[in-house]
Design a protein around this ligand. Structure first.
Ligand SMILES: Cc1cc2nc3c(=O)[nH]c(=O)nc-3n(C[C@H](O)[C@H](O)[C@H](O)COP(=O)(O)OP(=O)(O)OC[C@H]3O[C@@H](n4cnc5c(N)ncnc54)[C@H](O)[C@@H]3O)c2cc1C
Length: 397
């Protein structure tokens, strides 16, 4: 490790921390040290379903997602690394709602996307079935299709950002736990770690579900809770979900299911509603009771008739960092200089990570930001300016 003291310390080498580190270096500040008590991408990023879309009802999220998709698509060029690969499968994103409470939010979100210049098509049931022939659309009152969407690999993206950052001089220290902040009055001057104190002019926390540690170090409330979610891979010999088929968001199912191709022929499916709140951050696999398998399996079979005979190929759990309005907190912490935070991605942070990294790097370097950060300020909760999306609770926003 070089002896030069870092100007900026990033806590957390998930996809967000790695993106921040890369963008700092790309903007001309390579004196960055990224600390992680685990290893690069081994936190909640490793559990991501990887879905990329710009479908949001919150316009600021549309903007961040649009900028991010361009980075995922041109990942090698963005990183100036011919070997970099985001694992992008550009299969598009299909979203449908029946008559009922989710129809108006879908109408509004699609209209807003179009007004923002997002390529978008409204499909009828026949056109939707051409794209996703294994699903039924007979109940759909509105179907949107976004071609600039799909899924990618969060671990590949995190490690890609990390490698490109390293090439520009950023240092990564894995297996190092941050235990507190160094302060001089109101100014944060570095971090205390299990290897000793480390000073820096700016500290950026990208700690995700472990952000409550930061709350304990600062005495400032960080509104985030860890929520465990279940993900299933189903396999149907009669109706494989191939990578050419779009990601599907089923607003007609009780759990607002999302589904995508997985491993070539299987279907990855999960609910897009609130999950199990954990008493403490913990990424260890959780139990998946048979009742939960049946509940999701029934919803899948209701939409994909051939999946009534499908087998469960595998299942796993992952943990979201959920804020009260299901949107991230980005930016400074009032009352503490030299500290920036990026947490609370509420199950949809991967698709935003390139633009969030850029935004956070601009903030850290005192540059004008090219996307608005104020809507994501931590002060919005106390001020009653929540960013709650039209779909309410759940990772659509
Ligand atoms: C099951 C599941 C499915 C998802 N699906 C999608 C999806 O389809 N699309 C999408 O856009 N998003 C999705 N997400 C969300 C997305 O994956 C996350 O928002 C994103 O990966 C979070 O990245 P991160 O860098 O903030 O967090 P993490 O990857 O968790 O990184 C945080 C890092 O901080 C480190 N750390 C914390 N505290 C300390 C400390 N004190 N000292 C040292 N290191 C510390 C941790 O070790 C960890 O490595 C999903 C998430 C889950 C769990």
């Amino acid at each position: 490790m070089s002896q030069t003291a870092p100007e900026i310390i990033v806590i957390g080498a998930g996809v967000v921390g790695c993106s921040i580190a890369f963008h700092l270096a790309a903007l001309g500040q390579p004196r960055v040290l990224v600390l992680d008590r685990l290893s690069i991408g081994a936190g909640t990023s490793a559990q991501s379903s990887g879905i990329l879309r710009t479908h949001y009802s919150v316009p600021q999220n549309v903007e961040l997602a649009r900028r991010s998709f361009a980075a995922f698509e041109g990942f090698a060029a963005c990183l100036d690394d011919d070997e970099a690969d985001s694992g992008l499968v550009k299969c598009g994103y299909l979203i449908a709602a029946p008559e009922g409470p989710r129809l108006a939010p879908l109408q509004a979100a699609l209209a807003q996307q179009q007004a923002m210049g997002i390529p978008l098509q409204r499909l009828d049931a026949r056109q939707a079935a051409e794209r996703l022939p294994i699903a039924r659309f007979d109940d759909a009152a509105l179907i949107g299709f976004e071609p600039e969407a799909g899924f990618a690999d969060a671990y590949l993206v995190a490690t890609g950002f990390a490698r490109a950052a390293r090439r520009r001089g950023v240092r990564f220290a894995e297996g190092v736990a941050v235990q507190g902040l160094l302060r001089e009055g109101q100014r944060v001057t570095g971090v205390q770690t299990d290897r000793g104190p480390m000073s820096a002019a700016v500290v950026i926390s990208a700690q995700n579900i472990w952000t409550p540690e930061l709350a304990a170090w600062t005495g400032i409330d960080m509104p985030v809770k860890p929520e465990r979610h279940r993900v299933f891979a189903f396999e149907s010999a009669a109706a494989p979900y191939t990578p050419a088929m779009p990601v599907y968001k089923d607003l007609g199912s009780p759990g607002m299911l999302y589904c995508r191709s997985y491993g070539g022929r299987q279907m990855l499916a999960s609910e897009g509603i609130a999950g199990e709140v954990l008493p403490a951050p913990d990424v260890e696999p959780g139990d998946i009771p048979m009742d939960a398998v049946l509940e999701v399996g029934e919803q899948v079979a209701g939409r994909f008739p051939a999946y009534a005979e499908a087998g469960l190929a595998s299942s796993w759990t992952g943990v979201y960092d959920v804020t009260p309005d299901w949107n991230p907190v980005l930016g400074p912490v009032p009352g503490l200089d030299g500290l920036l935070v990026a947490f609370g991605f509420s199950g949809h942070g991967f698709k935003l990570s390139p633009a969030v990294g850029h935004l956070m790097a601009q903030l850290a370097l005192g540059l004008p930001t090219d996307t608005a950060v104020e809507p994501y300020a931590i002060g919005r909760f106390g001020a009653g300016r929540l960013l709650t999306g039209l779909y309410g609770e759940g990772a659509v926003s």
